[in-house]
Ligand binder design. Structure first.
Ligand SMILES: NC(=O)c1ccc[n+]([C@@H]2O[C@H](COP(=O)([O-])OP(=O)(O)OC[C@H]3O[C@@H](n4cnc5c(N)ncnc54)[C@H](OP(=O)(O)O)[C@@H]3O)[C@@H](O)[C@H]2O)c1
Length: 174
């Protein structure tokens, strides 16, 4: 069936002003133009999540990843290290610019206000639509004075950030 705009409705093609784009699946549409905030993005689950979001939801806008400066490496150096990971090989081949959607934000989830700079915190409250909180210490015998600020305090800080976000759609925490 062809509509007045001349676009096939079966194919789900849509037009907005002069921009024409194909409609994706419900999930792809959910993420369209969204900004996602991820903690634990350098971890096992975080890498898989970031890769899946970038590969399957190409209309996603940005993925902000909180990253703690580690082993004297800057956030940009840690980003380079992250995207070298083989989990991103398919993306590198199909969409070599995928890394431009990844924005590293220096912070530490065990600290008040996630250890973010006031300007980054404010920026995230304005930009973020979806939060995935994956950062954790997963050592079963972690010292209690490390585990509590990280796994409990960090989760509370993320909830507080979510409450401050002006355009939040959804927040998930493991
Ligand atoms: N792995 C599984 O099979 C599995 C299954 C179910 C649920 N989960 C849950 O998924 C979550 C992530 O697990 P994972 O296996 O991906 O763990 P992981 O590989 O050990 O990754 C932990 C992540 O948390 C980050 N992190 C730790 N402390 C931080 C801090 N103070 N500030 C900021 N970031 C910090 C680490 O960053 P750095 O790179 O800076 O260390 C890393 O990105 C956990 O809640 C876990 O219980 C995991």
């Amino acid at each position: 069936m062809v509509s007045e705009t001349g676009l096939s409705q079966e194919s789900g093609a849509m037009a907005s002003d002069n921009i024409t784009f194909s409609r994706g699946t419900d999930l792809q549409e959910f993420y369209r133009n969204c900004n996602v905030f991820v903690t634990g993005g350098t971890g096992f689950i975080g890498k898989v999540l970031i890769e899946k979001l970038l590969r399957s939801c190409p209309a996603i806008n940005k993925i902000y990843v909180v990253i703690r400066p580690k082993r004297s490496k800057s956030p940009e150096e840690r980003k380079e290290e992250l995207i070298k990971c083989s989990v991103f090989d398919v993306l590198k081949a199909t969409n070599p610019d995928f890394h431009q959607k990844l924005v590293m934000v220096p912070g530490d989830c065990s600290l008040p206000k996630i250890g973010l700079s006031p300007s980054d915190y404010e920026m995230l409250t304005q930009q973020v639509n979806i939060i995935f909180h994956l950062a954790a210490t997963v050592k079963f015998d972690e010292k209690i004075n490390i585990a509590i600020p990280m796994n409990i305090g960090g989760t509370k800080e993320i909830i507080d950030l979510g409450r401050a976000c002006v355009n939040l759609k959804v927040s998930l925490s493991h």
